[in-house]
Design a protein around this ligand. Structure first.
Ligand code: GLY
Length: 327
């Protein structure tokens, strides 16, 4: 029998607030469930990994973990152990995961662990806590069977760090999608060699209609040792509410934390805003705090509601997201 199912599998640019010439108020169509959406163009293979679970009636929780693990496996990627180090040359990873019952777990500043998202899941499932940090997170990971990996930087990270050390400027960059990148997982550079975007966040709805999400990142490149961004903070880098929807973010984490960004997006969806408008209103909250500073920042939000509608919005142009569902 001919398989007539059509699959929706693409990446799209989020509407930008600062450079938009018109209002992007339209919402993407609702897709049939299951569905997975993830940040950036590099979310395409991440979604494919999640889809293997969703399309066989697996849970959204398993799917988002599988998606995050997929990109953590990429040694020359901008998240995971192949990511860029902090200013002391140490790769520290942040991750979180959240399910449809508001169970959640996170690790921050964890070193030498290949799959921080899976450690985050263990924190969620095996402890009464939500976040473990630094040495404690690593100790917990080892106690739970995770292997300590080498401290060596990936080739791309080594090169970028050596370049950065020449000036050692502590300057977060605006992260945008750069089509000049070499393949879906390659670190994304501007023409002058500085790092472009970072975080992988994904949210999914499974066949039963339950939502989950996960985020994984090496955080801001060349950050202060110990700096934690939005990614492992529930309500900042990720929030899931099984009645209203789920949201994730990418960009300058400090700005997302200041407004509890993804919690805000989900609350706007609860009030009836479409995912795209909910993201837009959260972006406006950041921009309205400091319009001058906003010109130097990129933050993007990506959201999925209970109807399977999704949408995204960013401060600047260049924030892409990826979608996979069966239409
Ligand atoms: N959004 C990633 C970070 O700020 O670390």
């Amino acid at each position: 029998m001919i398989n007539r199912r059509k699959f929706l599998h693409f990446s799209a640019l989020a509407a930008p607030l600062l450079t938009a010439k018109k209002t992007f108020a339209s919402n993407f169509d609702a897709a049939t469930r299951p569905i997975v959406v993830s940040t950036w163009d590099s979310g395409m293979p991440v979604n494919a990994a999640a889809w293997e679970i969703l399309s066989t009636k697996g849970t959204a929780l398993d799917a988002v973990e599988a998606g995050a693990m997929h990109i953590e496996n990429e040694i020359n990627c901008c998240v995971g152990l192949g990511g860029y180090p902090d200013r002391d040359g140490i790769v520290t990873l942040d991750s979180c995961i959240m399910d449809h019952k508001a169970n959640c777990g996170a690790v921050a500043g964890i070193e030498r662990i290949k799959h921080p998202v899976s450690v985050a899941r263990k924190v969620m499932e095996k402890t009464p806590h939500v976040i473990l940090v630094g040495a404690g997170a690593q100790q917990f990971a080892v106690e739970n069977g995770f292997t300590l990996e080498s401290t060596d930087l990936s080739e791309s990270a080594k090169k970028a760090y050596a370049e950065w050390l020449k000036k050692s400027e502590y300057k977060p960059v605006i992260n945008i999608e750069n089509k000049k990148q070499n393949g879906p997982f390659a670190p994304n550079f501007f023409d002058d060699g500085t790092l472009n975007h970072d975080t992988m966040g994904l949210v999914a709805m499974d066949i039963t209609g339950n939502l989950s999400g996960a985020v994984t990142t090496s955080g801001m490149a060349f950050k202060l040792h110990g700096r934690v961004g939005d990614s492992p903070i529930i309500g900042a880098g990720l929030f899931v509410d099984n009645e209203a929807g789920a949201a994730t973010s990418s960009g300058t984490g400090e700005e997302v934390i200041r407004i509890c960004g993804t919690h805000l997006v989900v609350e706007f969806m609860r009030q009836g805003y479409s995912p795209e408008l909910a993201c837009k209103k959260a972006v406006e909250r950041i921009v309205n705090r400091d319009k001058v500073k906003a010109k130097t920042l990129q933050v993007g939000f990506l959201a999925l509601n209970k109807k399977g509608e999704y949408g995204a919005y960013a401060i600047q142009k260049g924030f892409e997201f990826s979608v996979k569902s069966e239409k």
